[in-house]
Ligand binder design. Structure first.
Ligand SMILES: [Zn+2]
Length: 341
């Protein structure tokens, strides 16, 4: 078969990659954190490019409000509230059977970061939470992994590669001591976001990932910032902060035991409860216990309970999404009553 007609022909004739670069991609391992609008686009792009191993880390299911920007999900996925990582593993497997795609239905935290990130070459941030990014930053500093930050809001976006190394600035150097107070930081749920914004971010991130994986010397060192509505594209240098705790190896999130958390879900009118000790719930037994109290159905990955008042989606590990609840106390009370803390 000629190079042009082979699967990766167009990449192999590109001077930046070539057959040698393609071989490197085949052996490369990437973790993508969250199957958001950015995460799905990045996963699609890298799977098609022939990155040999892709780990999809996400603990969420598809909602109709996400179809506007999260490519690869369908109305049927939303109707059935299918688990994102599972859908993508299946889909990307059908796109490229030569690579390995791993689904990890979980949320990155201080205690599981090692097992999720230590065996990959590059980490891609596709999360929409600053706390998650602070954790990725610390984990990648500790594990000496390059990671690619991507942030979207409305029509604007930012992308920056953070490299390991004494002289390199980190994400904390970039944001300084700024506190991100839940409810006060603008999010995609309050400001909106365009599909073109996230596509642009994903494209910029993927190009950097391909450069990192093929040892290109053109890896972008500055931060790129754009606004598609105001027609602005700018680049900035991120300086190393001599006072940065992360650069000194002082971590606030990485390596810490996770504690039980209640978090509101961006744009979903639901609260998520993450227990401090994740286990393995036996859905069959649990369904038996709940069946007299309301409607119960379950799959290999999730169990749904609905008694007309309370609606719960429970994951295998004990993590649960309490729907139509925006109050933390109420969510915890529901969890305690139906699942048990
Ligand atoms: Zn730093």
């Amino acid at each position: 078969m000629s190079v042009q007609s082979s699967r990766y022909g167009r990449q192999e004739i590109f001077y930046g990659i070539g057959p040698e670069g393609q071989e490197k991609l085949k052996k490369a391992r990437v973790a993508i954190i969250e199957m958001s609008a950015i995460g799905t686009a990045v996963a699609n792009n890298l799977a098609r490019a022939g990155v040999g191993f892709i780990r999809l880390i996400d603990g969420d299911y598809v909602d109709i409000s996400e179809l506007q920007r999260q490519s690869l999900f369908t109305e049927e996925d939303a109707r059935n509230e299918r688990v994102k990582a599972v859908i993508l593993k299946e889909y990307l497997g059908s796109v490229n059977s030569e690579i390995e795609v791993e689904d990890r239905i979980t949320i990155l935290d201080g205690s599981n970061a090692d097992s999720l990130l230590s065996d990959v070459d590059v980490v891609v941030d596709a999360s929409d939470s600053f706390e998650t990014r602070l954790l990725i930053n610390e984990a990648c500093h500790a594990l000496k992994k390059p990671w690619v930050y991507g942030g979207a809001l409305a029509a604007s976006g930012m992308v920056k590669v953070f490299l390991p190394g004494e002289e390199e600035p980190c994400f904390r150097c970039f944001i300084g001591d700024e506190e991100f107070i839940p409810g006060e930081t603008p999010t995609c749920a309050t400001e909106g976001v365009l599909c073109s914004t996230v596509s642009m971010i994903a494209a910029l991130q993927c190009a950097e990932v391909l450069k990192l994986l093929t040892d290109a010397d053109s890896v972008r060192s500055d931060l790129i910032s754009f606004d598609l509505w105001d027609n602005s594209f700018d680049t900035f240098t991120v300086e190393k902060d001599p006072e940065c705790p992360v650069c000194r190896g002082e971590y606030s999130f990485y390596g810490k035991a996770s504690k039980a958390q209640t978090v509101s879900m961006c744009g979903k009118d639901s609260m998520q409860i993450v227990p401090s000790n994740e286990g393995e719930i036996d859905f069959e037994k649990y369904a038996e216990k709940l069946k007299n109290r309301g409607k119960v159905k379950y799959t290999k990955y999730t169990l749904d309970f609905d008694d007309g008042d309370v609606e719960i989606k429970l994951f295998k590990t004990g993590r649960a999404i309490i729907k139509h609840v925006s109050d933390e106390k109420r969510a915890r009370a529901v969890y305690a009553e139906y699942i048990g803390l």
